[in-house]
Design a protein around this ligand. Structure first.
Ligand code: PLP
Length: 382
Protein backbone atom coordinates (compact mmCIF):
# COMPACT_ATOMS: atom_id res chain seq x y z
CA UNK A 1 0.00 0.00 0.00
CA UNK A 2 1.15 3.53 -0.76
CA UNK A 3 0.22 6.20 1.76
CA UNK A 4 0.38 9.72 0.37
CA UNK A 5 -1.94 11.59 2.71
CA UNK A 6 0.50 13.03 5.24
CA UNK A 7 -1.39 16.33 5.40
CA UNK A 8 -4.34 14.39 6.82
CA UNK A 9 -2.17 12.49 9.30
CA UNK A 10 1.52 11.74 9.12
CA UNK A 11 1.90 8.33 10.81
CA UNK A 12 3.88 8.36 14.07
CA UNK A 13 7.64 8.41 13.66
CA UNK A 14 9.39 5.57 15.55
CA UNK A 15 10.98 8.14 17.91
CA UNK A 16 7.53 9.50 18.73
CA UNK A 17 6.01 6.07 19.26
CA UNK A 18 8.91 5.17 21.57
CA UNK A 19 8.36 8.33 23.62
CA UNK A 20 4.64 7.53 23.94
CA UNK A 21 5.40 3.98 25.11
CA UNK A 22 7.94 5.23 27.61
CA UNK A 23 5.54 7.83 29.02
CA UNK A 24 2.79 5.23 29.39
CA UNK A 25 5.18 3.08 31.41
CA UNK A 26 5.89 5.96 33.78
CA UNK A 27 2.26 6.49 34.82
CA UNK A 28 1.74 9.18 37.40
CA UNK A 29 -0.16 12.46 37.31
CA UNK A 30 2.02 15.49 36.58
CA UNK A 31 0.19 17.40 39.34
CA UNK A 32 1.16 14.85 42.01
CA UNK A 33 4.09 15.70 44.22
CA UNK A 34 5.37 12.14 44.67
CA UNK A 35 8.05 10.48 42.53
CA UNK A 36 5.69 9.12 39.84
CA UNK A 37 4.07 12.55 39.53
CA UNK A 38 7.43 14.25 39.28
CA UNK A 39 8.50 11.82 36.54
CA UNK A 40 5.35 12.58 34.55
CA UNK A 41 5.87 16.32 35.09
CA UNK A 42 9.43 16.03 33.79
CA UNK A 43 8.15 14.36 30.60
CA UNK A 44 5.61 17.14 30.03
CA UNK A 45 8.10 19.95 30.66
CA UNK A 46 10.73 18.34 28.46
CA UNK A 47 8.18 18.15 25.64
CA UNK A 48 7.19 21.76 26.26
CA UNK A 49 10.80 22.78 25.64
CA UNK A 50 10.91 20.69 22.46
CA UNK A 51 7.69 22.27 21.14
CA UNK A 52 8.89 25.76 22.10
CA UNK A 53 12.12 25.12 20.16
CA UNK A 54 10.09 24.08 17.12
CA UNK A 55 8.23 27.36 16.98
CA UNK A 56 10.63 29.93 18.42
CA UNK A 57 8.52 30.50 21.52
CA UNK A 58 9.20 30.57 25.24
CA UNK A 59 8.34 27.27 26.89
CA UNK A 60 6.05 28.99 29.40
CA UNK A 61 3.92 30.34 26.54
CA UNK A 62 3.15 26.84 25.21
CA UNK A 63 -0.25 25.44 26.21
CA UNK A 64 -0.80 21.78 25.35
CA UNK A 65 -4.18 21.11 23.78
CA UNK A 66 -6.11 18.20 22.32
CA UNK A 67 -4.90 19.04 18.79
CA UNK A 68 -4.86 21.79 16.18
CA UNK A 69 -8.60 22.32 16.19
CA UNK A 70 -8.63 22.93 19.93
CA UNK A 71 -5.65 25.25 19.61
CA UNK A 72 -7.38 27.41 16.99
CA UNK A 73 -10.71 27.40 18.84
CA UNK A 74 -9.00 28.23 22.14
CA UNK A 75 -7.09 31.11 20.53
CA UNK A 76 -10.19 32.68 19.03
CA UNK A 77 -12.57 32.29 21.99
CA UNK A 78 -9.76 33.02 24.45
CA UNK A 79 -8.81 36.24 22.65
CA UNK A 80 -12.37 37.48 22.37
CA UNK A 81 -13.15 36.84 26.01
CA UNK A 82 -9.78 38.07 27.15
CA UNK A 83 -10.30 41.42 25.44
CA UNK A 84 -13.59 42.58 26.82
CA UNK A 85 -12.67 45.93 28.29
CA UNK A 86 -13.80 48.90 26.23
CA UNK A 87 -10.41 50.05 24.90
CA UNK A 88 -9.04 46.70 23.78
CA UNK A 89 -12.33 45.05 22.89
CA UNK A 90 -12.27 42.98 19.71
CA UNK A 91 -14.90 44.03 17.20
CA UNK A 92 -13.70 42.36 14.02
CA UNK A 93 -12.31 38.98 13.06
CA UNK A 94 -10.60 38.97 9.67
CA UNK A 95 -10.07 35.41 8.57
CA UNK A 96 -8.31 34.38 5.36
CA UNK A 97 -10.65 32.70 2.89
CA UNK A 98 -8.47 29.56 2.92
CA UNK A 99 -8.29 28.94 6.68
CA UNK A 100 -9.00 25.49 8.07
CA UNK A 101 -12.56 24.89 9.30
CA UNK A 102 -11.37 25.08 12.91
CA UNK A 103 -10.62 28.78 12.34
CA UNK A 104 -13.53 29.56 10.01
CA UNK A 105 -16.23 27.81 12.00
CA UNK A 106 -15.18 29.30 15.33
CA UNK A 107 -14.83 32.82 13.92
CA UNK A 108 -18.30 32.57 12.38
CA UNK A 109 -19.76 31.19 15.63
CA UNK A 110 -18.20 34.03 17.62
CA UNK A 111 -19.70 36.62 15.25
CA UNK A 112 -23.09 34.93 15.67
CA UNK A 113 -22.97 34.53 19.44
CA UNK A 114 -20.97 37.48 20.76
CA UNK A 115 -22.58 40.90 20.40
CA UNK A 116 -20.56 43.59 18.64
CA UNK A 117 -18.15 41.30 16.73
CA UNK A 118 -18.28 40.66 13.03
CA UNK A 119 -16.32 38.24 10.88
CA UNK A 120 -15.00 38.93 7.39
CA UNK A 121 -12.99 36.91 4.88
CA UNK A 122 -9.67 38.13 3.52
CA UNK A 123 -9.47 37.17 -0.17
CA UNK A 124 -6.61 35.25 -1.76
CA UNK A 125 -5.05 35.51 -5.22
CA UNK A 126 -5.53 32.92 -7.96
CA UNK A 127 -2.28 31.30 -6.75
CA UNK A 128 -3.73 30.88 -3.26
CA UNK A 129 -1.67 33.55 -1.46
CA UNK A 130 -3.29 36.09 0.81
CA UNK A 131 -4.24 39.35 -0.90
CA UNK A 132 -2.26 41.64 1.38
CA UNK A 133 -3.53 44.76 -0.38
CA UNK A 134 -7.10 43.74 0.46
CA UNK A 135 -6.07 43.20 4.08
CA UNK A 136 -4.44 46.63 4.16
CA UNK A 137 -7.71 48.23 3.04
CA UNK A 138 -9.80 46.14 5.44
CA UNK A 139 -7.62 47.14 8.37
CA UNK A 140 -7.93 50.82 7.47
CA UNK A 141 -11.72 50.83 7.49
CA UNK A 142 -14.04 50.32 10.45
CA UNK A 143 -13.73 50.86 14.16
CA UNK A 144 -12.39 48.82 17.01
CA UNK A 145 -9.64 46.26 17.47
CA UNK A 146 -9.21 43.44 14.99
CA UNK A 147 -7.94 39.89 15.18
CA UNK A 148 -6.48 38.61 11.91
CA UNK A 149 -6.18 34.88 11.24
CA UNK A 150 -3.76 33.77 8.51
CA UNK A 151 -2.30 30.28 8.32
CA UNK A 152 1.41 29.76 7.69
CA UNK A 153 0.81 27.22 4.91
CA UNK A 154 -2.40 25.89 3.44
CA UNK A 155 -3.33 22.26 4.04
CA UNK A 156 -4.80 21.69 0.57
CA UNK A 157 -2.44 23.53 -1.78
CA UNK A 158 0.62 23.80 0.46
CA UNK A 159 0.90 27.49 -0.47
CA UNK A 160 3.01 29.42 2.03
CA UNK A 161 1.41 32.67 3.18
CA UNK A 162 3.20 36.05 3.25
CA UNK A 163 3.32 36.26 7.03
CA UNK A 164 6.04 38.89 7.18
CA UNK A 165 3.86 41.33 5.24
CA UNK A 166 0.78 40.32 7.22
CA UNK A 167 2.58 40.81 10.52
CA UNK A 168 3.61 44.31 9.53
CA UNK A 169 0.09 45.30 8.54
CA UNK A 170 -1.32 43.76 11.71
CA UNK A 171 1.26 45.48 13.86
CA UNK A 172 0.68 48.89 12.24
CA UNK A 173 -3.05 48.52 12.89
CA UNK A 174 -2.51 47.45 16.51
CA UNK A 175 -4.43 44.28 15.66
CA UNK A 176 -3.86 40.74 16.92
CA UNK A 177 -2.60 37.84 14.80
CA UNK A 178 -3.48 34.15 14.94
CA UNK A 179 -1.15 31.94 12.88
CA UNK A 180 -2.24 28.37 12.23
CA UNK A 181 1.15 26.72 11.73
CA UNK A 182 -0.25 23.18 11.75
CA UNK A 183 0.80 22.29 8.19
CA UNK A 184 3.92 24.44 8.04
CA UNK A 185 5.70 22.84 11.01
CA UNK A 186 8.56 20.60 9.96
CA UNK A 187 8.45 22.00 6.43
CA UNK A 188 9.49 25.64 6.89
CA UNK A 189 11.04 27.41 9.83
CA UNK A 190 8.38 28.38 12.34
CA UNK A 191 9.15 31.42 14.42
CA UNK A 192 6.26 32.80 16.44
CA UNK A 193 8.18 36.02 17.10
CA UNK A 194 9.28 36.59 13.48
CA UNK A 195 5.73 35.82 12.33
CA UNK A 196 4.51 38.45 14.80
CA UNK A 197 2.04 35.89 16.11
CA UNK A 198 0.02 36.63 19.23
CA UNK A 199 -1.40 33.12 18.95
CA UNK A 200 0.12 30.15 17.11
CA UNK A 201 -1.43 26.71 16.64
CA UNK A 202 0.35 23.37 16.17
CA UNK A 203 -0.79 19.77 15.87
CA UNK A 204 1.27 16.67 16.65
CA UNK A 205 -0.19 14.27 14.10
CA UNK A 206 0.82 16.43 11.15
CA UNK A 207 4.50 16.07 12.08
CA UNK A 208 4.66 12.38 12.86
CA UNK A 209 3.38 12.62 16.42
CA UNK A 210 0.21 11.13 17.95
CA UNK A 211 -3.30 12.27 17.06
CA UNK A 212 -5.31 14.25 19.59
CA UNK A 213 -2.37 16.35 20.82
CA UNK A 214 -1.42 19.88 19.87
CA UNK A 215 -0.34 23.20 21.26
CA UNK A 216 -1.36 26.80 21.35
CA UNK A 217 1.35 29.38 21.91
CA UNK A 218 0.05 32.61 23.43
CA UNK A 219 2.43 35.57 23.37
CA UNK A 220 3.08 37.02 26.78
CA UNK A 221 0.64 39.92 27.21
CA UNK A 222 -1.78 38.89 24.46
CA UNK A 223 -5.41 38.94 25.61
CA UNK A 224 -6.48 35.47 26.73
CA UNK A 225 -9.28 34.16 28.92
CA UNK A 226 -9.44 30.49 29.85
CA UNK A 227 -12.71 28.77 29.13
CA UNK A 228 -11.52 25.27 29.99
CA UNK A 229 -11.56 25.82 33.72
CA UNK A 230 -10.61 22.98 36.00
CA UNK A 231 -7.66 22.01 38.10
CA UNK A 232 -5.48 24.93 37.02
CA UNK A 233 -3.20 22.87 34.74
CA UNK A 234 -1.15 24.57 32.03
CA UNK A 235 -0.69 27.60 34.29
CA UNK A 236 -4.44 27.99 34.58
CA UNK A 237 -4.91 28.26 30.82
CA UNK A 238 -6.28 24.79 30.09
CA UNK A 239 -7.71 22.70 32.88
CA UNK A 240 -7.58 18.91 32.79
CA UNK A 241 -4.94 16.31 33.50
CA UNK A 242 -2.36 16.50 30.75
CA UNK A 243 -2.22 13.87 28.00
CA UNK A 244 1.25 12.86 29.18
CA UNK A 245 1.87 10.11 26.61
CA UNK A 246 0.54 12.21 23.74
CA UNK A 247 2.58 15.19 24.83
CA UNK A 248 5.71 13.04 25.08
CA UNK A 249 5.17 11.79 21.52
CA UNK A 250 4.51 15.35 20.35
CA UNK A 251 7.76 16.53 21.92
CA UNK A 252 9.80 13.81 20.21
CA UNK A 253 8.21 14.60 16.83
CA UNK A 254 8.68 18.35 17.39
CA UNK A 255 12.39 17.89 18.02
CA UNK A 256 12.78 16.20 14.62
CA UNK A 257 10.46 18.66 12.86
CA UNK A 258 12.58 21.56 14.14
CA UNK A 259 15.57 20.13 12.24
CA UNK A 260 13.64 20.34 8.92
CA UNK A 261 15.45 17.11 8.13
CA UNK A 262 13.09 15.87 5.36
CA UNK A 263 12.73 19.09 3.39
CA UNK A 264 15.28 18.47 0.63
CA UNK A 265 14.18 14.86 0.13
CA UNK A 266 10.47 15.73 0.07
CA UNK A 267 11.04 18.60 -2.36
CA UNK A 268 12.75 16.23 -4.74
CA UNK A 269 9.95 13.61 -4.43
CA UNK A 270 7.26 16.23 -5.00
CA UNK A 271 9.09 17.84 -7.94
CA UNK A 272 9.70 14.50 -9.57
CA UNK A 273 6.04 13.60 -9.12
CA UNK A 274 4.82 16.88 -10.65
CA UNK A 275 7.41 16.75 -13.45
CA UNK A 276 6.35 13.23 -14.46
CA UNK A 277 2.67 14.12 -14.14
CA UNK A 278 3.14 17.05 -16.52
CA UNK A 279 5.00 14.80 -18.95
CA UNK A 280 2.50 11.94 -18.89
CA UNK A 281 -0.70 13.98 -18.51
CA UNK A 282 0.11 17.42 -19.89
CA UNK A 283 -3.40 18.79 -19.31
CA UNK A 284 -2.97 18.43 -15.55
CA UNK A 285 -3.40 21.65 -13.58
CA UNK A 286 -1.33 22.08 -10.41
CA UNK A 287 -2.94 24.56 -8.03
CA UNK A 288 -0.69 27.21 -6.53
CA UNK A 289 2.21 26.01 -8.69
CA UNK A 290 3.63 29.49 -9.14
CA UNK A 291 3.47 30.39 -5.45
CA UNK A 292 5.98 29.38 -2.78
CA UNK A 293 4.80 26.04 -1.42
CA UNK A 294 5.77 23.70 1.38
CA UNK A 295 7.89 20.83 0.13
CA UNK A 296 5.51 17.89 0.43
CA UNK A 297 2.17 18.93 -1.08
CA UNK A 298 0.82 18.65 -4.60
CA UNK A 299 -2.78 19.63 -5.33
CA UNK A 300 -3.83 19.02 -8.91
CA UNK A 301 -6.69 18.22 -11.24
CA UNK A 302 -6.69 16.02 -14.31
CA UNK A 303 -9.38 17.22 -16.71
CA UNK A 304 -12.22 14.72 -16.99
CA UNK A 305 -11.36 12.91 -13.72
CA UNK A 306 -13.71 13.55 -10.77
CA UNK A 307 -11.82 13.65 -7.47
CA UNK A 308 -14.33 11.69 -5.41
CA UNK A 309 -14.31 8.66 -7.69
CA UNK A 310 -10.55 8.99 -8.25
CA UNK A 311 -9.83 8.74 -4.51
CA UNK A 312 -11.86 5.53 -4.32
CA UNK A 313 -10.36 4.05 -7.48
CA UNK A 314 -6.80 4.86 -6.35
CA UNK A 315 -7.54 3.32 -2.96
CA UNK A 316 -8.69 0.11 -4.64
CA UNK A 317 -5.41 0.25 -6.57
CA UNK A 318 -3.46 0.49 -3.29
CA UNK A 319 -2.71 4.24 -3.28
CA UNK A 320 -4.12 6.55 -0.60
CA UNK A 321 -4.53 10.23 -1.46
CA UNK A 322 -7.25 12.75 -0.71
CA UNK A 323 -9.56 15.16 -2.47
CA UNK A 324 -10.68 18.66 -1.59
CA UNK A 325 -14.15 18.00 -2.91
CA UNK A 326 -16.48 15.92 -0.75
CA UNK A 327 -19.75 14.32 -1.64
CA UNK A 328 -22.57 14.29 0.86
CA UNK A 329 -26.17 13.30 0.11
CA UNK A 330 -25.40 13.10 -3.58
CA UNK A 331 -24.21 16.72 -3.77
CA UNK A 332 -20.57 17.59 -4.36
CA UNK A 333 -19.20 20.12 -1.86
CA UNK A 334 -16.29 21.88 -3.48
CA UNK A 335 -13.08 22.86 -1.72
CA UNK A 336 -13.47 26.34 -0.20
CA UNK A 337 -9.76 26.83 -0.88
CA UNK A 338 -9.98 26.24 -4.63
CA UNK A 339 -13.19 28.25 -4.82
CA UNK A 340 -11.50 31.17 -3.02
CA UNK A 341 -8.70 30.96 -5.62
CA UNK A 342 -11.31 31.43 -8.35
CA UNK A 343 -10.95 27.90 -9.72
CA UNK A 344 -13.96 27.02 -11.91
CA UNK A 345 -16.34 24.51 -10.32
CA UNK A 346 -15.79 21.84 -12.98
CA UNK A 347 -12.02 22.04 -12.42
CA UNK A 348 -12.28 22.16 -8.60
CA UNK A 349 -14.38 18.99 -8.78
CA UNK A 350 -11.21 17.20 -9.85
CA UNK A 351 -8.94 18.53 -7.08
CA UNK A 352 -6.71 15.73 -5.77
CA UNK A 353 -4.04 16.10 -3.09
CA UNK A 354 -0.90 14.01 -2.82
CA UNK A 355 1.06 14.77 0.34
CA UNK A 356 4.42 13.14 1.01
CA UNK A 357 5.97 12.61 4.44
CA UNK A 358 8.86 11.23 6.44
CA UNK A 359 8.41 7.64 5.25
CA UNK A 360 7.68 8.39 1.58
CA UNK A 361 9.99 6.90 -1.02
CA UNK A 362 10.78 6.97 -4.75
CA UNK A 363 8.68 3.82 -5.06
CA UNK A 364 5.68 5.74 -3.73
CA UNK A 365 6.12 8.29 -6.51
CA UNK A 366 6.23 5.45 -9.05
CA UNK A 367 3.18 3.81 -7.49
CA UNK A 368 0.97 6.89 -7.57
CA UNK A 369 2.03 7.78 -11.11
CA UNK A 370 1.30 4.25 -12.33
CA UNK A 371 -2.08 4.23 -10.55
CA UNK A 372 -2.99 7.60 -12.10
CA UNK A 373 -1.99 6.27 -15.53
CA UNK A 374 -4.29 3.28 -15.06
CA UNK A 375 -7.09 5.51 -13.82
CA UNK A 376 -6.85 7.83 -16.83
CA UNK A 377 -6.59 4.91 -19.27
CA UNK A 378 -9.76 3.38 -17.82
CA UNK A 379 -11.55 6.75 -18.00
CA UNK A 380 -10.53 7.19 -21.66
CA UNK A 381 -11.63 3.63 -22.50
CA UNK A 382 -15.02 4.08 -20.80
N1 PLP B 1 -5.25 23.53 10.87
C1 PLP B 1 -4.86 22.98 9.71
C2 PLP B 1 -4.22 23.85 8.68
C3 PLP B 1 -5.06 21.63 9.47
O1 PLP B 1 -4.68 21.11 8.30
C4 PLP B 1 -5.69 20.84 10.46
C5 PLP B 1 -5.97 19.41 10.23
O2 PLP B 1 -6.30 19.02 9.13
C6 PLP B 1 -6.06 21.45 11.67
C7 PLP B 1 -5.83 22.79 11.83
C8 PLP B 1 -6.72 20.68 12.77
O3 PLP B 1 -5.79 19.90 13.47
P1 PLP B 1 -6.26 18.63 14.32
O4 PLP B 1 -6.57 17.55 13.33
O5 PLP B 1 -5.09 18.32 15.19
O6 PLP B 1 -7.45 19.05 15.11
Amino acid sequence: MTYLDHNATSPPRPESAAAVTHALSVGGNPSSVHAAGRAARAIVENAREQVAQLCGARAQDVIFTGGGTEANATALWGAVHGALDAEARLTRLFVSAIEHASVHANAVAIAERVAGIRCERIPVTSEGTLDTEALRVMLREGKGRTLVAVMAANNETGVIQPLEDVAKLVNDANALLLVDAVQAAGKIKIDATAFGADYLALSAHKIGGPQGTGALVVRDGAPFATFMLGGGQERGRRGGTENVAGIAGFGAAAEIAAELRDVARLTSLRDRFEGELARRLPRTIVFGARAPRICNTSNFAIPGIAAETAVMALDLDGVMVSSGAACSSGKVRLSHVLTAMGVADEVARGGLRVSFGWNSTDQDVEAVLAALDRLVSRAVAA
